[in-house]
Design a protein. Structure first.
Ligand code: HEM
Length: 182
């Protein structure tokens, strides 16, 4: 298992990614900004950031062996030259979610909502990385990051809409959809 990577997403006047839109989906949105810089590990944050969200990669919580095999067979790394579109979707889940036990959460995430099965349909077009924020006392529990080519933007939109209709999403109490291009 790879060691955790600390990641900060800083919105402001500089950064590789141009912010195309920031849509509040559930609850409060985030202030507008022009660019997003993604810092990994020990890189120094820049001072002109309008807002910063922090998270870290971690071990998987819910994936079963057969799913990991399926995921690793098709998933792609971040940074593919053709993947010039990205989405940063910060998500917070409700107290009701966190009061569930691990096996109850797995039941909702996969048995009821088929998050992994549905997500797999969109690989290898979409590359992804999940960051955890809850244990840092951040405003969101998760910072989800996706990269895809412009030709796959419609498919990505479809995926997001499908997930938002699931039982899992009834536990989401804040979600912001940030779309980017480079
Ligand atoms: C691109 C296809 C996708 C695949 C293959 C996928 C797969 C996964 C997997 C395997 C996990 C569980 C990780 C674990 O075991 O801890 C997960 C968690 C998560 N995914 Fe996705 N996902 C996809 C798309 C999305 C999208 C589009 C969103 C947001 C709109 C999203 C939001 C999340 C969140 C918030 C979690 C954490 C859930 C929790 O721990 O409660 N995923 N995803």
């Amino acid at each position: 298992m790879a060691p955790p990577i600390a990641v900060s997403f800083q919105a402001g006047d500089i950064g590789t990614w141009r912010i195309e839109r920031i849509d509040p989906v559930i609850g409060d949105g985030l202030p507008p900004a022009k660019h997003l810089a993604v810092f990994e590990g020990t890189e120094t944050p820049h001072s002109s950031a309008r807002w910063t969200l922090r998270g870290f990669t971690s071990n998987e919580r819910y994936v079963e062996r057969h799913e990991r095999v399926a995921l690793t067979a098709v998933q792609q790394p971040l940074g593919r030259p053709a993947a010039t579109c990205a989405a940063l979707i910060p998500i917070r889940k409700s107290d009701a979610w966190w009061e569930l036990t691990q096996d109850e959460r797995r039941e909702v995430l996969e048995m009821q909502s088929q998050h992994i099965k549905v997500g797999l349909e969109y690989l290898p077009a979409v590359a992804r990385r999940l960051h955890h924020s809850r244990d840092l006392g951040e405003p969101f529990d998760f910072l989800t990051w996706f990269e895809y080519a412009p030709a796959d933007a419609g498919a990505f939109d479809e995926l997001v809409l499908r997930l938002r209709e699931t039982d899992e999403w009834s536990f989401v109490d804040r979600e912001v959809d940030i779309r980017l291009a480079r």
